[in-house]
Design a protein around this ligand. Structure first.
Ligand code: FES
Length: 135
């Protein structure tokens, strides 16, 4: 049912953890009643220097968070905004159709992080974690 890449990232997820001096922290989903992803991102010169995360969810959610962290490390913020659910699924050699929505957490968290970071850089943001509990 799952590709070898999904199983690899599920069993051995990359970049799990927290970043104490992250520039932006975003939570998507709801840890109280379902799948949830908390990401920490370190940004410098419009580029992702480092990314860590904590994930609570199914095997596909773990695998998509892991591969997404690898896909965006070192990328520019504009490139991160181009990343889609489909790109993440393709990097795992596909997901079963009923699991495609699981890739949505990572893409949504990353896009929210970039928007929040850019807002913060304009002086309108906050240093508190951004919580996007929709969906
Ligand atoms: Fe909900 Fe995978 S994240 S089933």
């Amino acid at each position: 049912m799952y590709s070898a890449k999904v199983m690899d990232h599920f069993i051995n997820p990359r970049n799990v953890g927290i970043i104490d001096d992250a520039n932006v922290v975003v939570q998507v989903g709801d840890p109280g009643c379902g799948d949830s992803l908390l990401i920490f991102i370190k940004i410098a010169e419009e580029r992702i220097q480092d990314i860590k995360y904590k994930i609570y969810g199914c095997g596909a959610a773990i695998a998509t968070s892991s591969v997404a962290s690898e896909l965006v490390k070192g990328r520019t913020l504009d490139e991160v905004l181009q990343l889609t659910d489909e790109n993440i699924a393709e990097a795992l050699d596909g997901l079963p159709p009923e699991k495609m929505h699981c890739s949505n957490l990572a893409a949504r968290a990353l896009h929210t992080a970039v928007y929040h970071y850019r807002t913060k850089m304009c002086g309108e943001g906050t240093t508190e974690p951004v919580v996007d509990g929709s969906g």
